[in-house]
Design a protein around this ligand. Structure first.
Ligand SMILES: Nc1ncnc2c1ncn2[C@@H]1O[C@H](COP(=O)(O)OP(=O)(O)OP(=O)(O)O)[C@@H](O)[C@H]1O
Ligand SMILES: [Mg+2]
Length: 254
C-alpha cells in the first residue's frame, strides 16, 4: 500500500501547492514512485510539472461528479522520473458534487494505484470542504505548511480543530507529519514569534525544517519544472531535499 500524505492549511497562499509539487518531485528523485493528486480546482499542480489540462482531460474531480469515474483513469505521466499526476479540473465548483467523505480513500485503494506507487501526495484547496474531508479520510499523514504570520496561525488553529475531530473519530490512523514554516527567516522578529507560538501550542518536534524564501520557487512554476530540476543549486532545492529526507525518516524509518 502506498503511504498517503495530505498537504493542507485552511489559509490561502500558505505554500500548499509549492510543497506538494516540490516534495513530490524530491521524493521521486530519491527513487519513490510518487502520485501527486491535485484536489484544488485552481489546478496549479499541473502547471508546476509542465502539464496542460484540456477540456477533455480526466481529472480528480470526475470522482466527485460521477459514480463511474475512476481515479486511475486520470493518471498522467510527467517528464520527471517516478512522478505522475492526477490533475484538477479548473471548471470544478468547490461545494458542488457528491457528498461522500470516503470517495477518495476508496479510489486510492484500487489495485492499479496500490501496485504502481509508493507515495500519494494530496494537494488540497484552501477551504474546509468535502474535498478536504475526503483527503483527510484517505491520508496516513498530514503536513501543514504555514507562513509565519499572525493570520496564518489562525488558519493552523482552524485546521487542527478539524484534524483532531478526524483523528479521534473516522480516521484514527491519521498522523501529523508536522508544521512546515514557509518563507521563514530567523532574523524577522515576527516570524520568530509566530514559530515559537506554534512550537508552544504543538511542541517543538512538530516543527519541520522550513523552506526559505526563494523567488526561484515562483519562477519554477512558470517554467513547468519542480525546483529540483529547474534550479538544482538553489537554496529552495536544498531545503526540499532536506524536507524529503526528514519525511522519509519519519514515514518509512520510524
Ligand atoms: N519558500 C518560498 N519562497 C518564495 N515564494 C514562495 C515560497 N513558498 C511559496 N511561495 C509563493 O507563494 C505563493 C503561494 O504559494 P502556493 O500557491 O504554494 O500556496 P497555496 O497554499 O497552494 O495557495 P492556495 O491556498 O491558493 O492554494 C506562490 O506565488 C508561491 O510561488
Ligand atoms: Mg494551492
Amino acid at each position: 500500500m502506498p503511504t498517503t500524505l495530505v498537504v493542507s492549511n485552511r489559509k490561502g497562499g500558505a505554500g500548499k501547492t509549492t510543497v506538494s509539487v516540490n516534495l513530490a518531485a524530491a521524493l521521486a528523485a530519491l527513487g519513490r514512485r510518487v502520485l501527486l493528486v491535485d484536489l484544488d480546482s485552481q489546478s496549479h499542480c499541473a502547471m508546476g510539472v509542465g502539464i496542460k489540462v484540456g477540456k477533455t482531460t480526466p481529472t480528480s474531480h470526475d470522482l466527485f461528479r460521477s459514480q463511474e469515474a475512476r481515479l486511475a483513469a486520470a493518471i498522467l505521466p510527467t517528464a520527471f522520473p517516478n512522478l505522475a499526476l492526477v490533475p484538477a479540473d479548473p471548471l470544478f465548483e468547490h461545494g458542488s458534487g457528491r457528498r461522500d467523505e470516503g470517495l477518495l480513500a476508496q479510489a486510492l485503494a484500487e489495485e492499479e494505484i496500490t501496485t504502481a506507487f509508493d507515495v500519494v501526495i494530496l494537494d488540497t484547496p484552501p477551504s474546509l470542504d468535502i474535498l478536504l474531508l475526503n483527503a483527510l479520510m484517505a491520508a496516513d499523514w498530514v503536513l501543514v505548511p504555514y507562513v509565519p504570520h499572525p493570520l496564518s496561525f489562525e488558519g493552523v488553529r482552524q485546521l487542527t480543530r478539524v484534524l483532531f475531530k478526524i483523528i479521534s473519530g473516522p480516521n484514527q490512523g491519521l498522523k501529523l507529519a508536522g508544521f512546515l514554516p514557509m518563507m521563514a527567516a530567523e532574523h524577522i522578529r515576527q516570524h520568530r514569534a509566530v514559530n515559537s507560538d506554534v512550537a508552544r501550542q504543538f511542541g517543538d518536534l512538530r516543527i519541520l525544517p522550513g523552506i526559505r524564501n526563494d523567488i526561484r520557487l515562483a519562477e519554477s512554476f512558470g517554467a513547468g519544472k519542480p525546483i529540483h530540476y529547474y534550479a538544482p543549486q538553489s537554496r529552495a532545492a536544498e531545503d526540499f531535499a532536506i524536507l524529503a529526507a526528514v519525511i522519509t525518516e519519519k514515514v518509512w524509518n520510524s
